[in-house]
Design a protein around this ligand. Structure first.
Ligand SMILES: Cc1cc2nc3c(=O)[nH]c(=O)nc-3n(C[C@H](O)[C@H](O)[C@H](O)COP(=O)(O)OP(=O)(O)OC[C@H]3O[C@@H](n4cnc5c(N)ncnc54)[C@H](O)[C@@H]3O)c2cc1C
Length: 442
């Protein structure tokens, strides 16, 4: 059985490594999708946002680390939230002792009140929340929600969080045990989101080193620069074309974004019911700008990354890759990646690269994160799409889309093909499971 895999990002390459009889079609001249890195003037940046390797899934973690061999460093997370000029330990509820006294008291009392009321409503088997905003209030209490979680989430999602569902939060938004919050408010060290407390990163080459290692092992199966424009069904085969060349497969696995998959089916005049078209059209996502800065300072700070909830600061998160591995910056220099989400056509989207760089440097300088005169390298990249947004219609839309694809016999795997908030480990897990299924059939 010949299997055609569309897209050679992390998901496609995992499939390519694990399925024997397959071919990968990649639109770009470079594999990696969201896991690509820019290397210039001695700096290496993950240009679709800082990427770290972590997982609860031991098999997946071993698979990923196995690809890197000795080209890997292990780091301990040292992440903060910049709140009222204070560097508060991440997750916020594990850093309450670092807050001013009144903020600490308010966060603690409202957290306890929310926990008690959550327990009561659970015992009456009432649903915890109707939307994400309500869920934040119910889970963390007003103090933590209004000081950090609501402003930060509004900033990163660029979407009304009262219109977002809660279906994605499990495993994404750390939920602390009450005892840990009490301890942290009293100044006893606690850690949250523990499966990410230690993480891995390629020693050299940025996250793309992982891709290059995987690509080397299946390079003979990859056709690069093949933009899949049409997908049709002819004589019991899938026929995939870029407008010039046709490839035939028994089975296809789509790892490219759903929008691109449906465009290709549509161009081939495949019958897609109107309600499925409408469901695809209604899916929500946002996009990402990264401003990558090289700094002429040997020691900038000891942070892994920093969350900035303030609405008057352009980036929502700043990562410090040269603190993961010294080899991603030239000797004596350091680096950061400022992440800024946007929606197509909004005011941020309209900013030029020069404006984005100037504004980012100004905002970070004002907060004492960098000295503006220390910037010696600056580049901007845009990633579209970046984050899946689970709005209140998300489950219904996805049900219709999945039902259609299942009936058509099209498999999907990966972040934007499944249209789920998947990190690298979940993409690899889903690809591994699909590969097992196909290898068992053969
Ligand atoms: C800002 C940000 C930070 C992240 N940080 C982390 C992190 O720290 N840790 C972590 O584990 N995960 C992280 N992730 C998630 C991670 O990037 C993804 O889970 C993973 O890279 C998705 O891989 P994929 O192969 O499914 O999709 P993609 O990387 O999107 O790959 C899809 C591929 O399909 C190709 N393609 C598209 N259209 C076509 C077409 N018409 N024909 C042929 N090919 C096509 C694309 O060029 C691309 O190569 C982050 C994501 C973002 C956005």
């Amino acid at each position: 059985m010949t299997i055609g895999i569309i897209g050679a990002g992390l998901t496609g390459l995992t499939l390519g490594n694990l399925i024997e009889d397959c071919e990968l079609l990649e639109k770009s001249d470079e594999c990696g999708g969201l896991c690509r890195s820019l290397s210039e003037d001695g700096f290496t940046f993950d240009y679709s946002g800082s990427h770290i390797i972590f997982s609860r899934d031991k098999e997946v973690l071993n698979f990923l680390l196995g690809q890197l061999g000795t080209n890997v460093v292990r780091c301990r997370r040292n992440t903060k939230i910049l709140y009222k000029g204070n560097y508060v330990k991440y997750p916020f509820e594990n850093g309450l002792s670092e807050l001013p006294l009144y903020d600490k008291l308010d966060c603690l009392t409202s957290f306890i009140a929310a926990s008690v009321s959550h327990k009561r409503s659970k015992s009456k088997s009432k649903s915890n929340a109707e939307n994400f905003k309500e869920w934040l209030y119910n889970t963390f209490g007003r103090g933590i929600a209004e000081r950090y979680l609501i402003p930060y989430n509004e900033k990163i999602w660029k979407y009304d969080i009262a219109e977002m569902s809660t279906s994605w939060v499990d495993g994404r938004v750390p939920r602390p045990p009450i005892r840990d919050v009490l301890k942290s408010a009293l100044g006893i060290t606690t850690e949250g989101y523990k499966h990410q407390l230690n993480f891995y990163y390629p020693k050299a080459g940025g996250i793309n080193a992982l891709i290059r290692a995987m690509e080397r092992k299946c390079s003979s199966k990859i056709l690069k620069g093949f933009d899949v424009r049409t997908i049709s069904r002819e004589n019991n085969k899938w026929v995939v074309s870029n407008g010039e060349e046709r490839r035939e497969y028994d089975t296809i696995i789509a790892t490219q974004p759903l929008f691109s998959l449906f465009r290709a089916l549509n161009h081939a005049h495949m019958h897609i019911p109107a309600h499925v078209h409408e469901a695809v059209r209604r899916l929500k996502y946002n996009s990402l700008i990264t401003v990558m800065l090289g700094l002429d300072v040997e020691y900038l700070n000891d942070l892994s990354w920093l969350y900035i909830p303030d609405s008057d600061c352009l980036p929502h998160r700043v990562a410090f890759p040269s603190n993961y591995s010294k080899e991603v910056a030239p000797p004596g220099k350091s680096s950061l990646i400022a992440e800024i989400t946007y929606n197509s056509g909004d005011a941020i989207d309209a900013m030029t690269d020069k404006e984005l760089i100037t504004r980012t440097i100004r905002d970070l300088h004002r907060r004492g994160i960098i000295e503006k005169d220390s910037v010696c390298f600056a580049r901007v990249k845009r990633t579209n799409p970046a984050y899946v947004i689970c709005d209140l219609d998300y489950e219904r839309n996805m049900y219709q889309i999945r039902t259609f694809l299942n009936k058509a016999g099209i498999y999907t795997a990966g972040r934007f093909a499944e249209f789920r908030y998947l990190n690298m480990d979940a993409c690899v897990r889903n690809a591994m499971d699909l590969a097992t299924k196909f290898n068992d059939v053969n």
